[in-house]
Write a protein that binds this ligand. Sequence first.
Ligand code: SF4
Length: 363
Amino acid sequence: MDQPVLDGTPGRYWRRLPDGRIQCDVCPRYCKLHDGQRGLCFVRGRRDDGIVLTTYGRSSGFCIDPIEKKPLNHFLPGTPVLSFGTAGCNLTCKFCQNWDISKARELDRLQDRASPAAIAEAARRSGSRSVAFTYNDPVIFLEYAVDVAQACRERGIRTVAVSAGYICAEPRVEFFRHMDAANIDLKGFTDGFYKNLCSGRLDAVLETLTYLKHETEVWFEITTLLIPGENDSPAEVEALSHWVMEHLGPDVPLHFTAFHPDWKMRDKPPTPPATLRMARQIGRAAGLHYVYTGNIHDPAGQATYCHACGAVLIGRDWYDLGTWNLDGDGHCRDCGAPCAGVFEAKAGQWGRRRQPVTVAARV
Ligand code: SF4
């Protein structure tokens, strides 16, 4: 049976194989495609002698969130970020917490059409300081994300990638050249976890983290969702924390967040708060300066502390900021030690609001 002709925008990073198939080189899955076939992410596919992106200019909806929700605790704290995603994903995590978007096969659910310029303008008009590519992984819609990022930079709006970091070396350079900040999901710290629960590879993600730290100026933080019985053993948390300390240094913030039963993993209980607090202690004991708990109410575990004198620098109650003890240059007002991150003289005042917005199309 003939494959349908795919409609989309020409994509980058692919090669023709000797057997006539075309290989997508965006992520380490290297999907090998016959004409009309889609890759595992569903949104990239082969049309004739190339790859197309079928979700360029299409979004699952726009919302203004607090930047802390990405989560980023050291990047323009307290400011609003215009957030959107598309559909599909290049990992198959059984515990996906956004599966209605990432597993979407009905592209009709992408109701909002928006050009890069329209998104950047909407961010500017709404007072958002940044635009986040989130809800699903922007690696798979690289061409769209890069164009949006360029339109944002032209208007002084920054961009944030929320990603699993599962991307090949060459597109990684282009993708992150256009980003100002990122939150990278480090889903676990064993090959078995990545292989069995995500059908991915740990080493590819560690390469992205190392690249970000040593070859870019991108501000990034790491999130690990702790799943009872899967990746929450003290030994695994300790190994992960020591790897971050050794390869990335003490200033990369690490968020341990709570799992809720979802998608194909409904047989596990939610993460007990005590597990998150234990992980935070292990991370701090490994020497990391900024380790947080997430998805639970834990003001002590979500505050930012001065690594030198221990003073609270930024207090948080969910996404509301309380204490602000940084001077205009991002130093502790008590002892003068610098806090790593991207700060302005004052904290933002967005609070915990979540505000859906409509972006005029102009595709
Ligand atoms: S981006 Fe999509 S099509 Fe390309 S290799 Fe990854 S999963 Fe396959």
